[in-house]
Ligand binder design. Structure first.
Ligand code: ATP
Length: 236
C-alpha cells in the first residue's frame, strides 16, 4: 500500500513562560501510515497521544521532526513546515479531525454545519442538504435537533455532529480523538459502520480510544505512547 503519512522524529514541547519551564508533549515519534490503513494510538493520560494528532492537523506547530504527507492538491508536503494557506486548503479538502469538543459558530444550525462541510467540497446547496440529512440520520441525531443551534447540545450530541461533519466529506485522512466517548452502544455501532465504510472507500485514519475493545475491532496497527515516547508497534 502506498504511504500517505510518514512521521519522523516528531517532537513537540511547550515552553511555559510564566514559570520558565518546558513541558514535553511528545518526542522521537516515528511511524508510517499507509493509504486505507487505520492506526490506533494508546497510552496513559498525558502520554502525548493528542499531541501527535494535533501536530498532524497543525493545531500544534511541531518543535522538531517531519510529517511527510502525500497531498492531492500539493503533492508531497511536510505538514510541519507547510504554509498556512496549504494547511487551510488541506484541512478543508483532505484531512478531517474529530474531537469531543465542537467548535460552534453562532446562529448556524446542526444541519447547516454538515451542509457547509459539503458545500466546501463543491456540492450544490440542495445536494449538500440531502447528504447532510442522511448523515445525521445515520448518527441518530434526533430530527428535532436538526434546525437547532448546537451550543446547547449534550456532549454525545455534539460528538455525533462532529463525526457527521468530518465523515461526510470522506476525507483522505481522518484524525479521531476519542470519537466514541460519551456514546451509547447503539451509536458506537453507527460510528463503527461509518469507519468501516470510509476505510473501504480508501480513507486512512489515526485514532485515540479509551474503549480498547472498540479500537481493536477497527484498527490495523497499534502503537503505544509512554511518557511522550512511542513504544514498539504491535500488529492488531
Ligand atoms: N497546549 C499545551 N500547553 C502545554 N502543555 C501541553 C499542551 N498540550 C499538551 N500539553 C502537555 O503535553 C503532555 C501530553 O498531552 P496530551 O494531551 O498529548 O496527552 P494524551 O495522551 O492525549 O492525554 P489524555 O489521554 O489525557 O487526553 C501533557 O503533559 C500535557 O500537559
Amino acid at each position: 500500500m502506498p504511504e500517505l503519512l510518514k512521521i519522523q522524529n516528531l517532537e513537540k514541547s511547550f515552553y511555559m513562560h510564566h514559570f520558565d519551564k518546558t513541558i514535553q508533549g511528545c518526542s522521537g515519534v516515528s511511524f508510517t501510515l499507509n493509504q486505507g490503513e487505520f492506526i490506533g494510538i494508546t497510552g496513559k493520560s498525558g502520554a502525548g497521544k493528542s499531541t501527535i494528532l494535533r501536530s498532524v492537523y497543525r493545531t500544534y506547530l511541531p518543535t522538531a521532526g517531519s510529517l511527510i504527507y502525500q497531498s492531492d492538491q500539493f503533492g508531497e508536503v511536510d505538514l510541519a513546515t507547510a504554509s498556512e494557506r496549504e494547511i487551510l486548503a488541506i484541512r478543508r479538502h483532505e484531512i478531517g479531525y474529530v474531537s469531543q469538543f465542537l467548535k460552534v459558530m453562532p446562529r448556524v444550525t446542526a444541519i447547516e454545519v454538515v451542509q457547509k462541510a459539503l458545500v466546501e467540497m463543491h456540492y450544490t446547496r440542495e445536494e449538500a442538504k440531502e447528504e447532510a440529512k442522511k448523515m445525521l440520520t445515520h448518527f441518530q441525531l434526533s430530527q428535532s435537533l436538526w434546525d437547532a443551534y448546537p451550543q446547547t447540545f449534550s456532549g454525545g450530541e455534539k460528538l455525533r455532529l462532529n463525526l457527521a461533519q468530518a465523515m461526510v466529506k470522506k476525507p483522505k485522512l481522518l484524525l479521531l480523538d476519542e470519537p466514541t466517548a460519551s456514546l451509547d452502544a447503539a451509536t458506537k455501532e453507527s460510528v463503527k459502520d461509518m469507519i468501516v465504510q470510509l476505510k473501504e472507500e480508501g480513507t486512512s485514519m489515526l485514532g485515540i480510544f479509551h474503549d480498547l475493545e472498540f479500537m481493536e475491532s477497527v484498527i490495523d496497527q497499534q502503537y503505544n505512547m509512554k511518557q511522550g515516547m512511542m513504544e514498539e508497534g504491535v500488529e492488531a
